[in-house]
Design a protein around this ligand. Structure first.
Ligand code: HEC
Length: 135
């Protein structure tokens, strides 16, 4: 029944096919990580560590918190442009982690700049778990 309603809504365009919730994105990355590491469970604590971890790559932007604020529920500030960045945690900015294409684009860009490589599915799952549930 629910499935029929959802399919109808999708078919009529009432729900954009690309819209998602943070929980759905967390589940998608968790499933991908579990294919690589059977039994993988996302951890808010690991996500918090990753968020604050200082990578030795860039002096200007050593970690995610350097633009996104120490507390991700609060607005951040871009270290280069000085522009205000809305909070990264959905409790501070409800639009966060609802657009899969946007999420992938910024994981791609920011992980390369800060970590020096792509973030893997496990890191993304931990990150979203931390941002949605806290450490
Ligand atoms: C140089 C500044 C900067 C740093 C450092 C940075 N980000 Fe970002 N991030 C941005 C900007 C700018 C945006 C896009 C603007 C916006 O959405 O408010 C963004 C958006 C994002 C988004 C999109 C979320 C959504 O649903 O809207 C994710 C995910 C993200 N960043 C992850 C990370 C991670 C992971 C790190 C650390 C590895 C990181 N960022 C470090 C500047 C930064």
């Amino acid at each position: 029944m629910l499935k029929t309603i959802l399919l109808t809504l999708l078919a009529t365009g009432a729900i954009a096919a690309s819209a998602a919730t943070p929980t759905q994105l967390l589940e998608t990355y968790t499933a991908e990580a579990a294919r690589q590491t059977p039994g993988f469970q996302p951890s808010a604590q690991r996500g918090a560590q990753f968020y604050a971890q200082r990578f030795a790559l860039s002096e200007k932007m050593p970690n995610c918190a350097s633009c996104h604020a120490d507390n991700p529920a609060q607005a951040g500030k871009h270290v280069v442009t000085g522009k205000v960045i809305k909070p990264l945690a959905p409790r501070g900015e409800p639009a966060r982690f609802t657009d899969p294409a946007k999420v992938e684009k910024w994981f791609g860009r920011n992980c390369k700049e800060v970590v020096g490589r792509e973030c893997n599915a496990a890191e993304k799952a931990d990150f979203i778990k931390f941002l949605t549930e806290g450490p």
